[in-house]
Design a protein around this ligand. Structure first.
Ligand code: COS
Length: 368
């Protein structure tokens, strides 16, 4: 039911407008509100916090469909679900009531995940942003980078150093939009996902109350890692959804386009590209669903999420590129969506942990 709901919305509202969202560099507010109304901003959030309570597998299925229609909308949804889940998992009742409910209902529009910094990307343990105690308040200072949804997010999950070097000295805080000192910086001019917003973020002596701490003092790095494990399932699903759209477009084009007196789909060169793409796409989706199933069952799924992410994103990149090749010269123009899929899918091998980091996570888990 969740998949069908996401598919209907994606086909009716997202796919026909994705090129416009990219041109206008924004996803209309009504689209975000509708995602919340349909339960797609809170797929794996309990009903007592207004979530859809449909589980991690349903979330992956929904993400396939939303990304198939519009990859920019999909990343906005992915980050919001991840933020809702991390607050639900580690938050106090008061934090859940305010923020998890707010994200699920759409009142807070979207969530933002402020972990990376200009000089701490693959190595978040090297972050420099600090949070210092001042009476009964925390004062956060530093700069964050690549923050999706920053322009309209209602709540930011912010990681900062509260004492000591390395991963043990990091804590997590909830900072509502509009808090003085929380300054949204420049909107990055990206290669793809141009409908989504990605900004720098400055915390300029940003003061928040004591109860803004999420989870335990010094426990922030593990919270980030656990949230990213789940986030990686979402990005594997997003990449699979983009590849599905590219493959569907390539197949349609191969049927219609005639050269040498027949459809190009009758040539073995094109058939093999389609056959390999379909096989790899199914394998990618199955890896994503396996990781989601493990998460849903409450098992440790870090390795499987990394495997799903690295495989799905790398194969999705290949599939999009092959399908552009099937389109020939037309594929290189904006008259066809496939060039957008090629650009949109590229970042899935970078964000929420690069392919190289996924391989590190997999190898460490295998060797342990
Ligand atoms: N779940 C729970 N705990 C985890 C964990 C996970 N998936 N991964 C690591 N931890 C714990 C470790 O067990 C360790 O705990 P102890 O100190 O109690 O032993 C602690 O976290 C530190 O882990 P580790 O020593 O492995 O940290 P590293 O600095 O070596 O980093 C990687 C590990 C590379 C995996 C991590 O930095 C990473 O994922 N980097 C990529 C970050 C990323 O994805 N950024 C994108 C942000 S979104 S755009």
């Amino acid at each position: 039911m969740v998949r069908d709901t996401a598919r209907a919305f994606s086909e009716k509202t997202l796919a026909p407008n994705a090129a416009r969202f990219e041109r206008e560099e924004k996803i209309p507010r009504e689209v975000l509100a509708e995602l919340a109304r349909l339960g797609l901003m809170s797929v794996n959030i309990p009903a007592r916090y207004e979530g859809a309570e449909a589980g991690a597998v349903a979330y992956a299925l929904a993400m396939f469909e939303i990304a198939r229609g519009c990859a920019s909308t999909a990343v906005t949804m992915a980050v919001t679900n991840m933020v809702g889940e991390v607050i639900e998992k580690f938050g106090t009742d008061a934090q859940r009531d305010r923020f998890v409910k707010g994200l699920a209902t759409g009142e807070l529009v979207a969530g933002a995940f402020a972990l990376s910094e200009p000089e701490a990307g693959s190595d978040p343990g090297a972050m420099r942003t600090t949070a210092e105690r001042k009476g009964d308040r925390w004062v956060i200072s530093g700069t964050k980078a690549w923050i999706s949804n920053a322009e309209f997010a209602g709540v930011f999950v912010v990681w900062a150093r509260t004492g000591g070097a390395g991963t043990a000295g990091i804590s997590t805080f909830l900072v509502p939009a509009g808090t003085p000192g929380l300054v949204v910086g420049k909107h990055e001019d990206k290669m793809g996902l141009r409908g989504s917003c990605t900004c720098a973020l400055t915390l300029d002596g940003c003061e928040i109350p004591e109860d803004a701490l999420l989870g335990e003092l010094g426990g922030g790095f593990k919270i980030a890692m656990m949230a990213l494990d789940g986030g990686r399932i979402g990005i594997g699903a997003q990449a699979s959804g983009i590849a599905t759209a590219a493959l569907e477009a390539g197949v349609a084009y191969a049927r219609d386009r005639k050269q040498f007196g027949k459809s190009i789909g009758e040539f073995q060169a094109i058939q093999w590209m389609i056959a390999d793409s379909r096989t790899e796409l199914d394998a990618a989706k199955l890896l994503v669903l396996r990781a989601a199933q493990l998460k849903q069952a409450g098992a440790f799924f870090s390795r499987e999420a990394a495997m799903a992410k690295v495989f799905a994103t790398e194969k999705a990149g290949l599939i999009c590129d092959r399908m552009l090749q099937v389109h020939g010269g037309y594929g290189y123009t904006k008259d066809f969506a496939v060039e957008r899929h090629v650009r949109d899918v590229r970042v899935t091998r970078i964000y929420e942990g690069t392919s190289e980091i996924q391989r590190t996570v997999i190898a460490r888990n295998v060797l342990r």
